[in-house]
Design a binder for this molecule. Structure first.
Ligand code: FDA
Length: 568
């Protein structure tokens, strides 16, 4: 039996991969195959249930990647969740739909990625979206929007849940946040994120089920002849043509339940395996840092030390209070706060502190990468981040209010940590997970931010009218961390109770090569003729929104870029 051949072979049928698969298979006389390690979860109740966040964790559809021991964060390993299914991580995530701040996307262009700005991406955010206008009842409970920034003809349903919190909690939170200087934002998806908001979710309101990438982009198109998903199949490495010059991919070597096989690609190979797996696949294929490849006897096809570096994730903690109100339904309330709102008059002192540290941060990060990332490139990236935080005033922290039944939980994460890490192979065997090391809390500023936001949340729960609908603080609790608790007591509590925020980006960054990039603005891997990466790996700097809305937009734009290169 001869090996199958397609025009395009996409690795990873997840959030981004299925968008690209759908759009490329719209072309005439083109065939597209998607290699996906997981299986269908179309009727998996842990996926479909809109109230079922976390039910899928630890099941067979969760990769549950383990990190290296986190040296700066208490020493323990952490679990980073990611979906192993047709639909990828969009099948297990929290469904929040919040885009980036406009200035953050503009910076992708400013640093040299031609064609990438908020103005360039907004049409693609809209293209992907099938926005469900809130009902009167939903509007009464906080749902609001600016029509011109939403799309009505896209494939991905976005809206508010039928079971939206049906109480006065929205106005209570809104008034309280306003007291703290955080004003209501009628639409945090407009490119201006700051404020208190009720954001939409990726869900199908009529059917009251999760809307994931597969339900939007694959299942309705399952019978399209040009589109094939090869599930339960792990991609192991790229097969290269025996040519000189830029490397030419001709297919993928895969492991199926029946053994090792080859799937050939006549036009392109597109990696969409997620930010913790796409770099692994590149390294297994000989694209990466020769020092790392040599260790595992992988011959270097393309020397590209940026692969696997610049891993950026956030850290999440939760505080909780007793609830005195019986609150039910799915809450979608967030406060996205700037440094001005968090620190008030002290913001410039914090800025100064960070300014004084940036050179040391760049030096330390470059050293961690054994020089794979240049100190000058890091300093530029960190300076851009500093400017976004203190000049553009992008959201610095997200505070999510989740009132339910007996308790009122508040999860939060600083959005712009300075720590960075890496993901690299630790074996030449694709079955072995890579070494994932986010270096959580590598820098003092990141742990300080974590406790500063906790203090802000305590202030909020001590402010009327919110204070009137909650009882005692359950976690951490005043007996554990009283009002005068020391910084080191807070640091210990944070390190003991944090978890990854599951927003890893940057491991195959879209940046000019001389600035330490791994893919071009057309998402092509440097030094290759026909390999692209389209997933969270390419996001060069962490954004303040949740990731999927932006990834859907990136994948829509990437599809147009690819299509264009075959129609001219
Ligand atoms: P994604 O993980 O979707 O796709 C990668 C695919 O590749 C997977 O299907 C995987 O099985 C497959 N794959 C990997 N290696 C392979 C191999 N070797 N061979 C074949 N297939 C392979 N975002 C948001 O917008 N709102 C939210 O509320 C949340 N909440 C949230 C909660 C949790 C628990 C998590 C884990 C994440 C979130 N996120 C989120 C983040 C968001 O869901 C996530 O960043 C994106 O879905 C990632 O999309 P990608 O396309 O990059 O990879």
């Amino acid at each position: 039996q001869s090996s199958p051949q397609y025009d395009f072979v996409i690795v990873g049928g997840g959030t981004s991969g299925l968008v690209v698969a759908n759009r490329l298979s719209e072309m005439k006389n083109v065939t597209v195959a998607v290699i996906e390690a997981g299986d269908s979860v179309l009727n998996n109740a842990n996926v479909t249930n809109v109230m079922g966040y976390s039910l899928a964790f630890g099941t067979e559809i969760d990769w549950a990647y383990e990190t290296a021991n986190q040296t700066y964060a208490g020493g323990l390993k952490q679990t980073i969740r990611a979906g192993k299914a047709i639909g990828g991580t969009s099948t297990i995530n929290g469904m929040s739909y919040t885009r980036a701040e406009d200035a953050q996307i503009d910076n992708w262009g400013n640093i040299g990625n031609q064609g990438w700005s908020w103005k360039d991406l907004l049409p693609y955010y809209k293209k992907s979206e099938d926005f469900q206008v809130p009902t009167k009842d939903q509007a009464a409970h906080g749902a609001s929007y600016t029509a011109k920034v939403h799309g009505r003809n896209g494939l991905l349903k976005v809206g508010w849940p039928t079971s939206m919190t049906n109480s006065s909690v929205f106005s209570v939170l809104n008034e309280t946040m306003s007291e703290l200087g955080v004003k209501y934002n009628p639409d945090a998806n407009s490119g201006k994120m700051i404020g208190f908001t009720s954001h939409p979710d990726t869900l199908d309101r009529q059917r009251n089920i999760r809307e994931d990438a597969a339900r939007a982009y694959y299942w309705p198109y399952e019978s399209r002849e040009s589109l094939k998903i090869i599930s339960n199949t792990r991609a192991d490495k790229i097969i290269w043509a025996n040519t000189t010059g830029d490397a030419v991919a001709i297919g993928i070597q895969v492991s199926t339940p029946y053994g090792v096989e080859r799937i050939y690609a006549s036009k392109e190979v597109i990696l969409s395996a997620g930010s913790l797996k796409s770099p692994q696949l590149l390294e297994l294929s000989g694209v990466g840092n020769p020092d790392i490849l040599n260790k595992y006897n992988i011959s270097t096809k393309v020397a590209l030390p940026a692969v696997g570096e610049n891993l950026q994730d956030q850290t999440n903690n939760a505080l909780a209070w007793e609830s005195t109100d019986a609150l039910t339904g799915l809450a979608t309330f967030s406060a996205l706060i700037s440094v001005d709102q968090l620190y008030g008059k002290n913001a410039s002192a914090v800025e100064k502190q960070i300014d004084n540290a940036l050179t040391d941060y760049a030096k330390a990060l470059s050293k961690k990468s054994n020089g794979a990332v240049k100190e000058s490139n890091l300093l530029e990236a960190l300076t851009i981040q500093r400017d976004l935080i203190f000049k553009s005033l992008v959201p610095y922290a997200e505070v999510v209010f989740a009132p339910s039944g007996q308790s009122f939980t508040c999860e939060y994460w600083p959005l712009q940590p300075f720590s960075r890490g890496s993901v690299h192979i630790q074996s030449a065997n694709a079955s072995q997970s890579p070494n994932i090391d986010p270096n959580y809390f590598m820098f003092a500023q990141d742990i300080e931010a974590q406790s500063d936001v906790a203090h802000f949340i305590r202030r909020a729960f001590g402010t009327a009218p919110l204070k009137d609908i909650v009882g005692d603080e359950l976690s951490p609790g005043q007996e554990v961390l009283p009002a005068n608790a020391s910084t080191s007591a807070w640091d210990s509590w944070i390190k003991e109770h944090y978890r990854p925020n599951y927003h890893p980006v940057g491991t195959v960054s879209m940046l000019p090569k001389k600035k330490g990039g791994a893919v071009s603005s057309e998402l092509k891997v440097y030094g290759t003729k026909n390999v692209r990466v389209v997933d969270a790996s390419i996001v060069p700097y962490q954004i303040s929104g949740h990731l999927t809305s932006t990834l859907y937009a990136i994948a829509e734009k990437a599809s147009d870029i690819i299509k264009e290169s075959y129609t001219h």
